[in-house]
Unconditional design. Structure first.
Length: 150
C-alpha cells in the first residue's frame, strides 16, 4: 500500500480536469478565449472545453446557476471560496496580471505578493469570470521548492 501511495503522489504534475457551471456559453467563450487566452477544444450546445494552461476546464451551461459569496480570511484578505486556478511561473504570472489590467478586469484581490519573506511567499490575484466563478492565479519563484513548503 505504501508503494502505491508513493506512486500516486509522485513529483510529476498531471493536468487536471475541472467542470464548472456558467450562465452563458457565449460569455464564457469570450472570457476564457479572448481575455485569458485559452484555446477552445470540443464543444456542444451545453458545454465547452478549454485548454487552461495545459489543463482541461469544461464550462457547462446552467442558466439558473447560483454564485457563491463565501470567503475565508487569509493573509489579511477575504479569499473567495470555492475558487480554482493555475500556478504559473513568475514571468507568466506577471504577463497575465498585466493582460488582465489592460482588459480592466475587476479584481477581488489585486495582484500582490502574499506571505512575503516566508517559505510560502507567492504572487497571487483573484477575479471572477462572467458567471461569478472565482479564479486565483498564483506564482512562486521556485514552484517545486515552495509549493508545499511549510
Amino acid at each position: 500500500m505504501i508503494k502505491i501511495r508513493k506512486k500516486l503522489h509522485s513529483a510529476m504534475l498531471n493536468p487536471f480536469h475541472l467542470a464548472i457551471e456558467v450562465h452563458s456559453l457565449d460569455e464564457a467563450r469570450e472570457f476564457y478565449v479572448n481575455i485569458l487566452g485559452c484555446k477552445e477544444g470540443r464543444s456542444d450546445s451545453k458545454w465547452i472545453d478549454f485548454n487552461l494552461y495545459g489543463n482541461q476546464l469544461v464550462c457547462h451551461l446552467n442558466e439558473k446557476m447560483n454564485v457563491s459569496n463565501t470567503s475565508n480570511y487569509v493573509d489579511g484578505k477575504q479569499v473567495p471560496i470555492p475558487h480554482f486556478g493555475v500556478i504559473l511561473k513568475m514571468d507568466d504570472w506577471n504577463i497575465l496580471a498585466d493582460r488582465l489590467v489592460r482588459f480592466n478586469i475587476i479584481f477581488i484581490i489585486k495582484p500582490y505578493i502574499r506571505f512575503k519573506d516566508s517559505p510560502g511567499e507567492q504572487a497571487t490575484m483573484f477575479f471572477c469570470d462572467p458567471s461569478g466563478n472565482s479564479i486565483e492565479f498564483k506564482a512562486f519563484n521556485d514552484i517545486h521548492g515552495q509549493l508545499f513548503k511549510k
